[in-house]
Design a protein around this ligand. Structure first.
Ligand code: HEM
Length: 436
């Protein structure tokens, strides 16, 4: 892979712990937008740059369809990009189950609007280093009156290294063939580079290209979503369906497929083992089919088994729906034990990175999270992120009889999001040099 040309944020697992800031920009003046691209090309580190003095601090940039138009990319070139990308996330609301309270008309402005053109993400191991990364990127947009910052979202590492529901996050990521960056599961064969980066053969042997080639090559699509989490509601659900704190933890594990420590049920089916949870060599080293085909340890409907069925017998080929994820928490921690909502906005900025918005992100979101057909025919949804609205059941396989939890509420609400494209470093320069 041409690592020197690929943005570092595509392939490198994020540091842990970490802090991040999302900045969105609108381009009102094409020439200033192009100047932004030129300058930002100098601030973005490449995937080959792992030994840079900046260490685990980096800036990534992505541009939406409306952003590429604002930069003056010719329409015939835009037409060679992915169909879903050209539609934008808000237009895909029905397919993504962004309905009721998650519908685009309730999204936080300007998310989902044609004003979102450029997405800048700065990521660092801690807040002071993050501020330094933002300072380093600031000259790229300062003084450009035709480029306006329209939204900022600070994200942070919770002291517990968990997402707001309390689970360790950022564990499972795929190995990408030719990247030299190892995956987290030694039992998973590396995925073809073209699954994540344009211009390389994918698992089906196809190569995604654009015309001109420089626009797409070594770039990736991203989907970012601001997902509000009803932490108090989630805790009340656990409490209402358990006989005590131990059972609450067991139920939490059965919903996720992992104990909150990160230890997978596949390896620790009866008791939590925080040492396994924290051990990067062990916490993702498992498959499902041989040891647990019927989901007695890891329920087929649990979040991680839906999101990545690994070698489970499901309709379709799981390797075609893998994704690189970057989740970063936002908002204040809800103090331990509190069961009433305090009204604060907290959740996850979820980010998908891949070469196939449709068959990776949209497929996982619509078929695996929000449809039961792949997992046995009923209309049950993902218990953590599904759009069940209290209409969907959750089944925990057990002997002698399975446990069925009726009416799982919706715990996660979409507050907005966008599809964007993370160009290669040479594409950023190409965008900067466009002339009318
Ligand atoms: C607020 C919403 C969400 C929460 C709290 C959440 C939480 C988690 C946690 C705790 C894990 C296990 C740790 C890990 O493997 O890194 C996980 C794994 C995963 N999640 Fe989510 N997630 C959310 C939304 C989503 C969405 C929207 C998608 C995709 C459409 C998704 C896809 C995945 C995938 C692919 C994995 C890895 C599964 C594996 O390889 O075992 N998640 N998530």
């Amino acid at each position: 892979m041409e690592l020197h040309d690929i943005q570092r944020g595509v392939l490198s697992p994020r540091p842990s712990p970490y802090a991040a800031t999302y900045l969105l920009f609108r381009i009102d003046d094409r020439a200033h937008g192009r100047e932004l691209m030129r300058r930002i090309a100098a601030a973005v580190t490449s995937a080959a740059d792992t030994l840079s003095p900046l260490g685990e601090t980096w800036v990534s940039v992505a541009v939406t369809y409306h952003g590429l138009r604002a930069l003056g990319v010719p329409q015939p070139a835009l037409d060679t990009m992915a169909w879903e990308f050209r539609q934008g996330m808000a237009a895909r609301a029905t397919a993504l189950s962004d309905t009721a309270g998650s519908a685009p008309e309730h999204w936080e402005a300007p998310l989902g609007s044609p004003d979102v053109h450029v997405v800048l993400v700065a990521l660092a191991p801690d807040e002071p280093t993050l501020e330094a990364a933002i300072d380093r990127a600031r000259p790229a947009y300062e003084g450009l009156s035709g480029v306006t910052a329209i939204w900022r979202q600070n994200c942070h590492a919770l002291p517990t290294e968990t997402e707001p529901f309390g689970y360790r996050d950022g564990i499972s990521h795929p190995a990408v063939d030719g990247s030299g960056i190892p995956g987290s599961n030694p039992l998973e064969k590396p995925l073809a580079a073209g699954e994540f980066v344009l211009g390389y053969p994918d698992e089906l042997g196809g190569v995604q290209t654009t015309t001109p080639d420089v626009l797409g090559r070594n770039g990736s699509y991203v989907a970012f979503r601001k997902l509000h989490q009803d932490v108090a509601g989630f805790r009340r659900f656990l409490r209402a369906n358990s006989a005590g704190p131990d059972e609450e933890e067991q139920l939490a594990a059965k919903l996720m497929g992992r104990w909150r420590s990160g230890a997978p049920l596949a390896l620790c089916p009866v008791h939590d083992d925080p040492e396994v949870g924290a051990d990067r060599d062990r916490n993702n080293a498992f498959l499902f089919r041989q040891d647990d085909p019927d989901g007695f340890a890891t329920p087929g409907g649990s979040h991680i088994r839906r999101a990545n069925p690994r070698d489970s017998a499901v309709a379709g080929e799981p390797r075609l729906h893998r994704m690189i994820r970057r989740g970063t928490a936002y908002g204040p921690l809800l103090p331990e034990g509190v069961l009433d909502d305090d009204g604060a906005d907290r959740g996850l900025i979820f980010a998908f990175v891949g070469a196939h918005l449709g068959r990776q992100f949209e497929f996982a979101q619509s078929q695996w999270m929000n449809d039961g057909v792949f997992f046995g025919g009923d209309d049950a949804r993902d218990p953590i992120v599904g759009s069940g609205e209290g209409l969907s059941d959750y089944t925990i396989p057990r002997r002698p009889v399975r446990r069925r939890l009726p009416a799982v509420p919706r715990f996660v609400t979409t507050r907005g999001g966008e599809y964007a494209f993370m160009p290669s470093l040479s594409a950023l320069r190409w965008l900067g040099e466009l002339t009318d």
